[in-house]
Design a protein around this ligand. Structure first.
Ligand SMILES: Nc1ncnc2c1ncn2[C@@H]1O[C@H](COP(=O)(O)OP(=O)(O)OP(=O)(O)O)[C@@H](O)[C@H]1O
Ligand SMILES: [Mg+2]
Length: 340
């Protein structure tokens, strides 16, 4: 079973007496032991030597790293066991015979949320508040116009102006609704293992179909072996939003450089650098706020980056923007990488 048979026996005797569900995993990622509490907290029959990822899919999905079940870390998990929702804090500890995973049940959901999940909740709350605010403005304008028209029913010039005003405000609400609809439609959570370079190339191809990018020179230098676990539609939406912004900032003419790096073993960071005017220093902290836009009314909803940031956060990553020393803006998208 492993090169430390005695150690395995000693550990299982020890773990058997502890008051938390515990599972042991060997170097090949197979379950070699589950204590009594882990077996009790699970609907599936005990099956030693089963691959950890298929035996405990919720745990495997919550963990990060190259071989997540062998990488020392903690994570929050919510799973369903025989109709009961369990909130657990799981921790992986490295051992000479592989790793041990301990699951400690939490009294309430909030206590089990990790930093990334809290950041995502805060950002979603911000988005909802922004949507209400942004819809309230055109609705108030429509309401005032309707009252004005009611008070002056026989003024044709006023009627034309009023209807144009209502149409403009309805158009604004429709564009916000279309943006949010794309976002919710894309959140079906159909995640798969994706080759990052192929996904970026698909987004570049979409961009090139647009008329406004004819004069854009795209230089893409991405590692062909980088794999990410992501929803293809959502990820493409992120790249399209960032590329479209760059094209708009360069007024349709300039260069877009796309490359990736590995800041540490767990993440891949994609840098998208344009040769546009860059971003005003005072705007940098506000870029990812919902409805922040510097475009003229009707030209942008200010939701592109807020939605992209939401998507990236939901994938366990992060986004940031900076001005480059040699000019232009650079957007960095960091995502958890999966080993090929
Ligand atoms: N590459 C860039 N160069 C300069 N400014 C940028 C760049 N990308 C984004 N910005 C700034 O960030 C703002 C917010 O971008 P975001 O995509 O969220 O909204 P938008 O482009 O204004 O509207 P929408 O995406 O709905 O069309 C933009 O209005 C622009 O001021
Ligand atoms: Mg945009």
């Amino acid at each position: 079973m492993n090169t430390f048979p005695d150690l395995h026996g000693i550990l299982t005797a020890f773990f058997g007496g502890l008051p938390w569900p515990i599972v042991l995993v060997n170097e090949r990622g197979q379950v070699t032991y589950m204590n009594r509490l882990m077996q009790a907290a699970d609907a599936l029959p005990n099956s030693p030597e089963a691959p950890f990822a298929s035996r405990f899919p919720e745990y495997a999905a919550a963990l990060g790293g190259e071989t997540p079940w062998l990488t020392a870390q903690t994570a929050a998990v919510i799973r369903n066991v025989e109709g009961r929702t369990l909130s657990e804090q799981i921790s992986v500890h490295c051992l000479p015979i592989g790793a041990c995973l301990i699951a400690i049940e939490q009294p309430d959901t909030a206590a089990t949320l990790g930093d990334a999940q809290l950041a995502r909740l805060a950002s979603l709350g911000f988005m909802v508040a922004g949507v209400c605010h942004e819809l309230a403005n055109p609705l108030t304008a429509i309401n005032s116009t309707v009252q004005l028209l009611r008070a002056n029913p026989a003024a044709p010039a006023l009627l034309d102006k009023g209807l144009a005003n209502i149409a403009g405000n309805v158009e604004r609400m429709l564009s916000i609704s279309r943006r949010l609809n794309d976002f919710s439609r894309a959140s079906d959570d159909a995640r798969a293992l994706l080759n990052l370079r192929t996904t970026v190339n698909d987004a570049v191809a979409l961009l090139k179909h647009g008329n406004s990018s004819n004069e854009i020179n795209v230089v893409c230098a991405l590692d062909d072996t980088t794999i990410v676990h992501a929803d293809p539609g959502q990820l493409q939406q992120v790249f399209c939003n960032v590329f479209t912004n760059a094209v708009q900032a360069m007024h349709g003419s300039g260069s877009l450089y796309i490359c990736d790096s590995r800041p540490d073993g767990r993440y891949v960071e994609i840098a998208i650098h344009d040769t546009g005017p860059g971003i005003a220093e005072s705007d940098l902290p506000r870029l990812f706020e919902p409805f922040f836009t510097t475009k003229p009314p009707g030209a942008g909803t200010g939701l592109g980056l807020a939605i992209s940031n939401e998507i990236v956060l939901a994938h366990g990553g992060s986004m940031r923007a900076a001005n480059e020393a040699n000019g232009g803006a650079c957007f960095y998208i960091r995502l958890p990488a999966v080993s090929p």
